[in-house]
Design a protein around this ligand. Structure first.
Ligand SMILES: *Cc1c(COP(=O)(O)O)cnc(C)c1O
Length: 467
């Protein structure tokens, strides 16, 4: 299985190569050179499989011979064994034709675990094969950092350093990162904002001698392996609801466009998906795009669904590449022009094609709180703000009679206790396995917002573990 860049000027790589590389050298994103496909017969044959077994079969299509199937099966079994629900990603019915798929039963209670738990094991396997090691650096405003730390803690050949803006993440989110005691994990609280942390990551990658010395790597949401590892749960849900002998639809609360892109990929490789709804909060660039081809940047405003407080959805470039008939030069031009002008010029024909599948939905904070309350009153189901936007989007844009709508629940309500209290008057308790989070010991360094200070901390972590 070979991968090419959406901008056409990066080396062609196999799956292991794109796993370790993350971003392509030309600034583009890796996509399969040719899409694999599942026949209806192959899809039917996966009905009723346990999640990990299904995941191995789906990932095998994207990995090809780079990892033997039996090895992949073992990695998938291990990745999902620690989830807090035996079905891993269970479906819950809310109404006739309306379902929620719970993606939050992993160790950090958010859907990022679905991909990251597998990525940690894929990294370890590939690095062992290549007798190599890497230092993963990342910046987080919340869920990504903790999912990455949980996935890479204690893994051989990997050091992981995650920066968070001091005082600007929730206590649950910070403690999920800083209470992990594995020696290969380092947390840095930076005196600055999330954007400062992201700039520090970019600056470390741009410092080529430093990048080479420490073998820097990243697991941000543009890593193809993360997208691929999110495809299986769409297939799992659809098969349970009658696919491929029946169409299904998905509604996905969306930030960087990674999760909903995985749903699109599932459709592209053969799953009969009638509709995809993207959910946004007041940061509604995607809703504006799907509504009237207006992809224009506006300042990011904080909301009750912070993982969707994003203006530029980085994974959108992969869809754009397809909408432009895989024209890499046109994709590169459109993206550089977007960065400069703040407005993406998508040809009308391409936009119409996108609209055949995608519908945008937006919900304000007030609307989200009201919907959380209403859903709880009607069904007893507790949805946190991100998930609620997904559910409400599914209700607003049904795909038609007899087509089940599956909304993605991307976080456990206990991860957003303040919003839940505002909506319902009660703070949801943490699941038992995380119940002692507030008693665990925290461990992190503090740093000014200065590149040399951060680089010294990263180097010290790596040297300490090499000793
Ligand atoms: C990351 C995240 C999202 C957004 O997912 P994308 O793949 O960036 O679109 C939505 N909800 C929660 C809870 C998240 O952590």
């Amino acid at each position: 299985m070979r991968y090419i860049s959406t901008r056409g000027h990066a080396p062609v790589r196999d799956f292991s190569g794109v796993l370790l590389a993350g971003l392509a050298e030309d600034g583009g994103l890796y996509v399969p050179e040719a899409w694999p496909s599942f026949s209806h017969e192959e899809l039917r044959a996966m009905r009723g499989l346990p999640y990990a077994e299904l995941a191995a079969r789906v990932m095998h299509k994207f990995i090809g011979p780079a990892i033997p199937f039996a090895t992949l099966q073992k990695l998938c079994r291990e990745a999902y064994a620690g989830f807090g629900h035996p079905a891993v990603a269970p479906l819950v019915q809310l109404d006739t034709g309306l379902f929620v798929q719970e993606l939050f039963h992993g160790p950090t209670l958010a859907f990022k675990d679905m991909a990251m738990q597998l990525l940690g094991r894929l990294f370890e396997h590939v690095l062992a094969e290549q007798n190599a090691q890497v230092t993963i650096v990342g910046a987080t405003s919340g869920d990504t950092g903790s999912a990455a730390i949980e996935a890479f803690a204690g893994r051989e050949r990997v050091n992981i350093v995650i920066m968070h803006p001091e005082g600007r993440t929730s206590a649950v989110q910070r403690r999920q990162m800083t209470t992990v005691q594995a020696p290969n994990v380092a947390n840095i609280a930076v005196a600055g904002t999330f954007d400062d942390c992201q700039d520090l990551v970019k600056a470390m990658f741009a410092d080529v001698p430093f990048r080479k010395e420490l073998h820097l790597s990243a697991v941000n949401s543009i890593n193809w392996a993360r997208v691929a590892a999110q495809v299986p749960y769409y297939i799992y849900a659809a098969l349970a609801l009658g696919a491929p002998d029946r169409d299904v639809a998905f509604s996905v609360p969306t930030g960087n466009f990674g999760n909903v892109l995985a749903a699109w990929v599932a459709r592209r490789i053969g799953l009969p998906v009638a509709r995809l709804v993207t959910g946004s909060n007041r940061n509604d660039i995607l809703a504006r795009f799907f509504d009237h081809n207006d992809m224009s940047m506006q300042p990011v405003e904080p909301s009750l669904s912070p993982s969707m407080d994003i203006q530029v959805s980085s994974n959108f470039e992969r869809l754009l590449f397809e909408l432009l008939d895989r024209d890499a030069a046109a994709t590169a031009l459109t993206m550089t022009d977007f960065r400069m002008s703040g407005r993406m010029a998508v040809p009308d024909a391409a936009w119409h094609r996108a609209r055949q599948t995608f519908h945008g939905f937006r919900l304000s904070d007030e609307g989200t709180l009201a919907e959380i309350r209403r859903l709880q009153e009607r069904t007893g189901y507790l949805a946190e703000p991100h998930s609620m936007i997904g559910i409400a989007g599914g209700v607003a844009h049904p795909a038609g009679h007899g087509v089940p709508m599956v909304a993605m629940a991307t976080a456990h309500p206990a991860k957003f206790p303040d919003a839940m209290e505002q909506a319902t008057g009660a703070r949801p308790p943490l699941p038992a396995r995380l119940g002692d989070l507030y008693e665990r010991t925290e461990r992190f360094s503090r740093s000014p917002n200065e590149l040399p200070a951060i680089q010294a901390l990263v180097r010290a972590t790596v040297l300490r573990n090499a000793a």
